[in-house]
Design a binder for this molecule. Sequence first.
Ligand code: FAD
Length: 348
Amino acid sequence: MAKEQSTEQIDPSMPDWSAYRGVLIVVEQREGIAKKVSWQLLGEGKKLAAKLEAPLMALVLGENVAHLAEEAVHYGADRVYLCEAPELRDYRTRPYSRVCLKLIEDAKPEIVLFGATATGRDLAGAIATHLPTGLTADTTQLDVEPHPSRLLLASRPAFSEKMMATILCKQYRPQMATARAGVFQALPKDAARQGEIVRIEATMREEEIDAQVLEFLRETGKLNLEECEIIVAGGRGLGGPDAFGLLAELADALGGVVGASRAAVDAGWISHEHQVGQTGATVRPKLYFAIGISGAVQHTVGMSNADVVVAINRDENAPIFQFAHYGLVGDLFKIVPAITAEFKKRRT
Ligand code: FAD
């Protein structure tokens, strides 16, 4: 402790933040199922916490979500704060942000991370407006400077995605960031892992909450590429929108979904929600087919973390083959139907 105080006083212009220690991941869940990004952030948070020699903490909020606190321990958290209340059943900004603010005040984490999902962005933004600190949105790389500065190095694409900017929050704590899904890797789940679970109280009663959730209307057909395990992606090599039908058949046969390069999206052959890459989704599926996609860096940055990549391209020198575990050189219009037929045969 004495060592920490003396080193932190090296720069007298810096406030004394020595009470703030540890990395806190806010776990996002819906209907008791955690978003994968939460476990991915625990994986990355573990590295940051190790460099800082500080604990990795998680916050789980909701109703009947105690199982997620256990799961957070299995995915690497040393301590999980669990807040269960009927008022927290569905996500609402005010009751959720109040719990987070109280915990940040009490537990004093030096870093707080949220998934850059619709909910994570809303929650992190609401919290940042109440705290005298900054928030770096949509980060794709995280690192820390070790003691004594203990600064979070939060990097994200900037200037129309042409550069990476690393953003620091030097004067205030906690340092907060939202991080893109699919970029970081979750640790393998270890069901034998032990950790501390601390129950905390919700801070708002129903009558104090101005927003009510009346009903959830599921958007049918809404694609969430980040959560998909099998993606069959097509690019300009498809030559037009019709060939996406071939990819859909293969995706159906495998129980997967269709993805696309920006060239295919810009050509109007398929909608933007299918786009993988720097200005689309960052994905981490078990299996990724890149069909008629050359492998530009702006595409591969979004899919190179797939467990297995199969590339189909008629150009044997296409850069995509550098990322492929299996490469098929040839005409996609011959290869894709043949693969689909084979998978269909195996299913029957
Ligand atoms: P191409 O590069 O034209 O490749 C088509 C491939 O199809 C070729 O390799 C060709 O050999 C092959 N082919 C053709 N016919 C056949 C056939 N019959 N059988 C088999 N193979 C065939 N791109 C993204 O994908 N995602 C992004 O998020 C993204 N963001 C960007 C952001 C910025 C700021 C910029 C500047 C660019 C971005 N791009 C992005 C665009 C990127 O640079 C490439 O232009 C794009 O990925 C190319 O798409 P493609 O591979 O489908 O097309």
